[in-house]
Design a binder for this molecule. Structure first.
Ligand code: FUL
Length: 491
């Protein structure tokens, strides 16, 4: 048979063996707003570190006044690779460094001020913390980001237009001389009083108009188009509204920043987000592993326990947010042993809990799947692949997916994920367990997004589990329905 004829025959056979109902269905339309490619990449990082380091480390303060002598900055044993290795052992995928905190001291030798490491005895004035940490991150495969405090208690021009020009010049240095930057952190604090070049006054600014944010944001876009910008109100990630590490139990990635201002948006609103907000603006949860943001020896025994860190993960990443966990270097320029141990043990615990997905490969059946197409069938929610998903026909806003686990299985954590490129579609879900005679409600949740972790109050044993989409704004696209047993290792 000639090759053309055999190909034709093969296609006819395939067509004949395909039931009429199985036709390739088009994927669902995204439900706007959706994440930008930059936000999607950011979302995958899940946990990274915050590093507060500077004169405050040496004066035992949280907010320096701005008159601290650069001579104070003298870490005795700074080792960027050792810092990054500690963070990596804690499973953190990047770090954001306070290149400049409110005291105005620059951890890099900026050309535009004398108030920097170039006038410190550390490394004879030749040191550059930003350079060393950015390079250590590159070597270790971690992402690097910068915090550049808009409020500057050292600068003489703070409050005048000249300062904003200075701020942008500094930003340009940071964004052009230190390689790729994954996040730029714009803090919203302004306490008013400061040294201000010797004036020692109080300077209040209007946070909405003074900084000219649109222009500064355009500068970041121009110099580092892949960097996500954090501020209270984005534009890429918003503040979660508190510094205690807890996102709203319902937490939407969507928001409407119109009418709100940095420093003036109620925490409760940022915490929950807005279901019908027109802008994709997921929350980032910032919290310190210690009571303060900077290292204070007196707090060495107040480092959060593994249990608290574990709960923080559920309250942040488990509610669709990213977690930026502050782990401040000490006066040596190292991560203190207590912090290093805590994050390492925390990660070991997370890895153990999420090592075995008990739902993976389960026999999955749904009351409906999109166009009857296997590409959107129930098993796509249990194939361990975030790029595939179970979906239904357009217009279906309720649906059910049942897993036959094959044998009695004990679990106490449920993980759900939506296929994020299609937006946040699901409002409300419920999970039930089969008790041999009937379905018993196990858990319920609102908002899924990137990820929703539900910790059950006690372990459940069953051979059948059901996910119910109770309410959705568009047909669901569920990329993952997973089950874990958090105490598996401890039995
Ligand atoms: C706040 C600052 O005032 C704190 O010092 C710290 O940097 C925290 C992350 O943000 O607004």
């Amino acid at each position: 048979m000639n090759p053309t004829r055999s190909l034709l025959l093969a296609s006819l056979l395939i067509l004949a063996s395909r039931p009429a109902s199985i036709e390739a269905a088009p994927p669902p339309e995204p439900r706007p707003p959706v994440a930008s490619p930059r936000q999607l990449r950011w979302q995958e990082l899940e946990t990274y570190a915050f590093l507060h380091f500077g004169p405050n480390t040496f004066t035992d303060k949280e907010w320096g006044y701005g008159d601290e002598s650069p001579a104070l900055f003298q870490p005795t044993d700074f080792d960027a690779d050792a810092i990054v290795a500690s963070l990596k052992a804690g499973g953190l995928r990047g770090l954001v460094l306070t290149a400049k905190h409110h005291d105005g001291f620059c951890l890099w030798p900026s050309k535009f001020t004398e108030h920097s490491v170039k006038n410190s005895p550390w490394k004879g004035g030749k040191g550059d913390v930003v350079r060393e940490l950015s390079e250590a991150c590159k070597r270790a495969g971690l992402r690097f980001g910068v915090y550049l405090s808009p409020w500057d208690r050292n600068h003489q021009d703070y409050g005048k237009p000249e300062y904003v020009a200075y701020y942008r010049k500094q930003l340009r240095e940071l964004l052009t001389e230190y390689g790729p930057i994954f996040e730029v952190w714009f803090d919203g604090a302004n306490g008013g009083d400061g040294y201000y070049g010797g004036a020692r006054t109080t300077r209040k600014i209007d946070p909405i108009t003074y900084y000219g944010w649109d222009e500064t944001i355009a500068l970041v876009r121009e110099l580092q188009p892949d960097a996500c910008i954090f501020s209270d109100l984005g534009p890429d990630t918003r503040w979660v509204g508190n510094e205690s590490g807890v996102a709203g139990d319902t937490c939407w990635a969507t928001f409407d920043p119109k009418g709100y201002a940095v420093g003036k948006t109620p925490g409760e609103i940022l915490n929950v987000g807005m279901r019908d907000g027109p802008v994709w603006l997921p929350a980032e949860v910032d919290v310190s592993i210690r009571p303060g943001w900077f290292h204070h020896a007196a707090e060495d025994r107040a480092v959060k326990s593994v249990d608290r860190l574990y709960k923080l993960y559920f309250d942040s990443v488990g509610r669709g947010c990213n977690l930026i966990l502050n782990i401040p270097p000490d006066r040596r320029g190292r991560i203190h042993e207590s912090d290093a141990r805590a994050i390492k043990d925390w990660r070991r615990r997370l890895d153990a809990v999420f090592a075995t997905d008990l739902a993976k490969g389960a026999k999955a059946a749904a009351d409906q799947s999109r166009g009857g197409d296997p590409a959107f069938a129930a098993d796509k929610a249990v194939d361990g692949d975030r790029a595939t998903y179970w979906s239904t026909d357009d217009g279906a806003t309720t649906a059910e997916l049942t897993l036959d686990l094959g044998k009695p299985t004990t679990f106490d954590v449920v993980r759900l994920r939506e296929f994020l490129p299609l937006g946040q579609r699901v409002d409300e879900v419920a999970v039930d367990a089969w008790d041999g005679r009937a379905w018993k409600p196990l858990a319920a949740a609102t908002s899924i997004g990137a990820q929703r972790l539900i910790a059950l109050s006690e372990p459940t044993t069953t051979d059948r589990v059901r996910l119910r989409i109770v309410k959705a704004a568009a047909c669901p696209a569920i990329s993952e329905f997973s089950l874990f047993f958090s105490r598996a290792g401890s039995q």
